[in-house]
Write a protein that binds this ligand. Structure first.
Ligand code: HEM
Length: 308
């Protein structure tokens, strides 16, 4: 019988699948850091009164990651890749988390726990029970778009040459409290580039992390922050739902990363990226996955801070 509340059970299940690595994130354990600036477009201020969307340049801290809970994960593995952004300005802070998959695998944290438990490798074979996993996927067709994006696509060529998406809806509130429901995405200046599996293996197990550090040593890495605008019938609380491609996209800001940064997490200091860390001018949706995340991240953060 699993112990603890839902979020402790999720982190225990993650640890059972990937191993428990003291001092490391339970998921997205392998990461590279970068610093730069974010500057909102004029359009952003029309949509939201949030301080970081008024057009002043603000400081940006980014962490690129492999979704795996294994800090030694091979960069050639087919898996999600993450980009977490922290914006800090005088008196405020907000985070945006995104991955290379436009949607998430499950509608609820309970289903995510079930999926994690089914993915646990059998000690005898080293493989999960594929029959049970197949039955889950049959009962949960909403998982297919994320599985497709994560497993069926070849590895990205560079952290700088990938688009990153947040599958949750957020509302932007303007000065008159008009609400616009949106999803975030980061679109790379370098364009999107993938390489085949053999080429990724040839580049070596840390090729993404080595490359982004080398790239930042000589060049700026840029992304447009875009908003995908919801239509009236787009679900706002379902991170598995694909919003149609023809939905309007609006560029609301420029992210320019100018240098690689050392892992700032040392001497007891940790940084947690939390998708619910929002400010006035932005509101959360009722998406149960979004609302569960800070609780699961707190358990993960507590465990990595408590290194013994
Ligand atoms: C119930 C659903 C989810 C659970 C339980 C979960 C769990 C976790 C955990 C435990 C961490 C490490 C947290 C830490 O120690 O700071 C993490 C990191 C992360 N998650 Fe999730 N996650 C979920 C959904 C999502 C979704 C929908 C996205 C899509 C944007 C996402 C993107 C990320 C990213 C980018 C990171 C790395 C953040 C960093 O670099 O610090 N997660 N997740």
């Amino acid at each position: 019988m699993p112990e603890g509340n839902l979020y402790e059970q999720i982190i225990d299940a993650v640890h059972a699948n990937y191993g428990s690595h003291p001092g490391r994130r339970a998921l997205h354990a392998k990461g590279s850091w970068a610093r730069g600036t974010f500057k909102a477009t004029a359009e952003a201020a029309h949509l939201s009164r949030a301080p970081h969307l008024q057009g002043d340049e603000v400081a940006a801290l980014v962490r690129f990651s492999n979704a795996s809970g294994d800090p030694e994960a091979d960069d050639a593995e087919r898996d999600g890749r993450g980009m977490a952004l922290k914006l800090r300005w005088d008196g405020g802070e907000t985070d945006i988390l995104a991955t290379t998959s436009p949607t998430f695998a499950t509608r609820t944290p309970e289903d995510f726990l079930e999926l994690l438990l089914l993915r646990r490798p059998d000690p005898a074979t080293g493989q999960p029970d594929m029959e049970k996993l197949g039955a889950f996927l049959g009962e949960h067709p909403e998982t297919a778009p994320a599985a497709q994006a994560i497993l069926m696509q070849e590895p990205i060529a560079s952290f700088a040459a990938a688009a990153y998406f947040s599958p949750h809806a957020f509302a932007l509130l303007d000065a008159d409290k008009n609400r616009t429901w949106v999803r975030y995405r980061f679109v790379p200046d370098a364009g999107e580039e993938r390489i085949d599996d053999d080429e990724a293996k040839l580049r070596g197990r840390d090729y993404l992390h080595t490359e982004i550090a080398e790239r930042l040593a000589t060049a700026t890495v840029g992304f447009d922050l875009q908003l995908q605008l919801a239509a009236d019938d787009d679900p706002l609380d379902d991170p598995t739902a694909v919003w149609p491609q023809e939905r309007e996209l609006i560029a609301v800001g420029r992210l320019e990363l100018t240098e690689a940064a050392d892992d700032p997490e040392r001497d007891g200091h940790i940084d947690v990226f939390d998708p619910t860390r929002i400010v006035d001018g932005i509101e959360l949706s009722d998406d149960p996955v979004l609302l569960a995340r800070p609780k699961a991240y707190s358990v993960s953060a507590y465990k990595r801070w408590d290194r013994d």
